[in-house]
Design a protein around this ligand. Structure first.
Ligand code: IVH
Length: 708
């Protein structure tokens, strides 16, 4: 059940298969039998999770893809037939769930501290000496053993398992208060939703983005005219902060755990704890070394200088930890870090090479980015031949010329950066050097580039329009998360644009059979499929999907939904005064001035207005389906503390019952629902605004139409 294979088969069947799948799912539910009970359902959940674990943690699957998919379908069918049985840790949740309106704060009893950093063999010698002296001071003359682990360049997290079930995942935050990112972490494929034993466990570890995934994501972002992430840590952080876990599910994050909070029965060493975590089925770095002397430690550090490049994830250093848990206790903590552990940061990796050329890339939004073409050079174990230059301001700051020798750095970032020009190496080579003036014309369409106020990026204004930009925009528009129009691959989009059949996004809906048949290499069947997919896209479009598909800067699915809630149809959005739209949107919690401003600018542009009217003329006039009935209609809910099911479950049910869910308590909130360990802030706010406080049972009563 390789992820790739699964993705490929999904893409091949597309959404049109969903009807077929439903029928099949019903059939399998039938096979499972109406006599199938909840225990059998839970057993199937556990079985599938075990297969996930074997695949993603052990790398040792014990079931064929086909069989796995059958079982998954069976599970989906049971869940569809018995929605009240569904558990939050079900493997079906791995694809993400209803977007949140905000993250809930989580307060922890034991702070997540950070580590002191060291940078040299001398620093390490000092650390070792401090540990030895600290232990001697406590009367312990044993030489300390240290465990050497990679310092994964990701985001620290804390995971809570109750009776072996993953119930909470939180970020570090300020150490004591983090954010509940459970829903996002459920999408992390190698994170076990259940452990092999039904234990209560609090573990800490790192979420990270593997190198390959990070590179791919940045390539996509650049192509879409978005700023690339600076390094895997930023990419992980940015992903973890997504309110829409379905987006997170598409970015392959991974987890490794490395610490237990509290102790485990009969385990006296850190390496013992790591083994214990492995036995429970958690992903632990497989190759930690235990060293018993300073010499062995320094040797192991040099081994890592080469080893780091061979790992599939970025490692920015090592973490050295005293192995004996009793010794750890003797050493204790300073105010910010343990005395029993330290981080050793690798020196940044730099190399000098020649800048051969600068290429231009054009993204979906028309941003033109410079990409350095370098004479290939070895850097941190990989051959580097391209580097990111971000923007033209940075290039002119560096004063870089083609032919220059440049200093390239890879310090966490996978895409190397140009740090500086080695000016001394210009001598005698002046004639080889060529200045790199910022482009004035779009390399694709020749349009004059512009700079928006307050932006450094150069953009193609797309007045012609720009074929490359248009191609990117069409592909984005048809994307599964946007209009979900399948079958328009890159090649077809390119020929549609080249043939002049598509001059703007709306032209998609004006395509005719005759025109498509004239395209090279497109048979009747393909033409019919494309037209059918466009027709489905047209009928199934909702306003929020459509707004997402337009690619308005900063407006992803979550915000598109907010807009769609306010203006239930494209028609009413188009009729509204853009300034009034701005005022409405800026009032929505979290929307922000920049996003609201981008929507206003987008709507007030005459070109956009013409485009939107053209969509309507061509029969695409999407509405947002509204839940206009339900016992909770007109009521706004906020939840604090832990309820019996994840908050997202309640959010979904509240919304399905016509209610609204918010992440903070204001005077507009109808009820604050409290669970175990509620946050004080929300309670205080509720008292201040006179918002009634309910317990879970009362919420259930409201959901079923009774009064609380
Ligand atoms: S142990 C109190 N082990 O590095 C000690 N941390 O700079 C807790 N990190 O906040 C941390 N790999 O997010 C530990 N093998 C590892 C680690 C690791 C990465 C991160 C972690 C921590 C930061 C400290």
């Amino acid at each position: 059940m390789s992820a790739k294979k699964k993705g490929a088969s999904k893409a091949a069947t597309g959404t049109s298969a969903s009807g077929v799948e439903k029928v099949e799912a019903k059939a399998t539910a039938g096979l499972f039998g109406s006599d199938g009970n909840r225990d059998e359902y839970l057993a199937l959940v556990a079985e599938l999770l075990e297969h996930d674990r074997r695949y993603y943690v052990d790398n040792d699957p014990s079931i064929a893809d086909f069989e796995y998919d059958q079982k998954k379908k069976q599970l989906e069918a049971i869940e569809a037939a018995h929605p009240d049985w569904v558990v939050a840790h079900s493997p079906t949740r791995r694809v993400g769930h209803t977007p949140l309106s905000g993250f809930v704060k989580v307060e922890r009893a034991v702070a997540m501290l950070s580590l002191d950093n060291t940078y040299s063999a001398g620093d390490l010698t000092d650390f070792f000496g401090r540990v030895v002296r600290g232990l001697q001071g406590a009367g312990d003359r044993r030489s300390p053993e240290l465990v050497v682990e990679p310092k994964i360049d990701g985001i620290g997290i804390e995971l809570t398992y109750k009776a072996g079930v993953f119930v909470l995942g939180a970020t570090r935050g300020d150490g004591l208060i983090g954010e509940d990112v459970t829903q996002n972490l459920r999408t992390v494929k190698n994170l076990p939703m259940i452990l092999k034993e039904k234990v209560d466990l609090l573990v800490r570890g790192e979420v990270y983005m593997p190198r390959e995934a990070f590179d791919k994501l940045n390539v996509e972002r650049l192509a879409a005219g978005e700023e690339p992430f600076k390094n895997p840590r930023n990419a992980t952080g940015g992903t973890l902060k997504q309110l829409d876990s379905r987006i997170v599910a598409k970015r392959p994050l991974r987890v490794l755990v490395y610490e237990v909070v509290g102790d485990a029965p009969g385990i006296a060493t850190h390496s013992g704890l790591l083994d214990y975590l492995r036995r429970l089925g958690l992903p632990v770095y497989p190759d930690t070394k235990t060293v018993g002397s300073l010499d062995a430690l320094l040797k192991e550090v040099t081994v890592w200088q080469d080893k780091r490049a061979s790992l599939p994830f970025e490692v920015d250093g090592l973490v050295l930890k005293v192995n004996d848990l009793g010794q750890r206790e003797q050493l204790g903590f300073t105010a910010r870090a343990p005395r029993w552990a330290i981080a050793y940061k690798f020196p940044a990796q730099q190399a000098t090479t020649k800048l051969l050329d600068v290429e231009l890339g054009v993204g979906r939004t028309g941003v033109v980015t410079p990409v350095a073409v370098l004479q290939p050079v070895e850097l941190a174990g990989t051959t580097v031949s391209r580097a990111s230059m971000h923007n033209w301001d940075q290039m002119s700051r560096l004063g870089v010329m083609v032919g220059d020798f440049v200093l390239v750095e890879k310090a966490g970032e996978i895409i190397p950066q140009i740090l500086a020009v080695v000016k001394e190496r210009r001598q005698g080579r002046e004639s080889e050097l060529r200045p790199i003036p910022p482009p004035t014309k779009c390399p694709e369409c020749g349009d004059t580039l512009i700079k928006r106020p307050g932006e450094v990026a150069l953009r193609c204004p797309n007045t012609k329009p720009c074929p490359r930009q248009l191609r990117e925009a069409v592909t984005f528009f048809c994307n599964r998360d946007a209009m979900n129009i399948t079958g328009l691959g890159d090649k077809l989009v390119e020929s549609l644009v080249t043939a002049g059949l598509i001059k703007d996004l709306a032209d998609l809906f004006a395509l005719t059979r005759a025109a498509l048949l004239r395209l090279p290499r497109l048979g009747e069947k393909s033409v019919d499929n494309v037209l059918a997919a466009i027709a489905t896209g047209r009928t199934e479009a909702t306003l929020s999907r459509f707004l997402t598909a337009l690619g308005i800067p900063g407006i992803g699915w979550v915000w598109a939904q907010k807009i769609a809630e306010q203006y239930s149809s494209l028609d009413s959005l188009l009729k509204a005064d853009p300034e009034a739209v701005y005022r409405d949107l800026v009032g929505i919690h979290g929307f922000g001035d920049e996003r609201a401003g981008a929507v206003r600018d987008y709507l007030s542009d005459p070109q956009t207005q013409a485009l939107l009217r053209k969509f309507i003329t061509l029969g695409l006039s999407p509405n947002e389906p509204v839940v206009s009935t339900g016992p909770l209609l007109g009521k706004t809910f906020c939840i604090t503390g832990t309820l019996s099911k994840p908050r997202g479950d309640f959010q979904k049910r509240i919304e399905a019952a016509g209610g609204k869910f918010t992440s903070s308590v204001t005077k507009k909130t109808s009820y604050l629902v409290i669970g175990a360990d509620p946050g004080e802030d929300k309670r205080t706010a509720a008292t201040k605004h006179g918002v009634p406080i309910l317990e879970e049972a009362a919420l259930e009563a409201l959901l079923s139409g009774k009064s609380p």
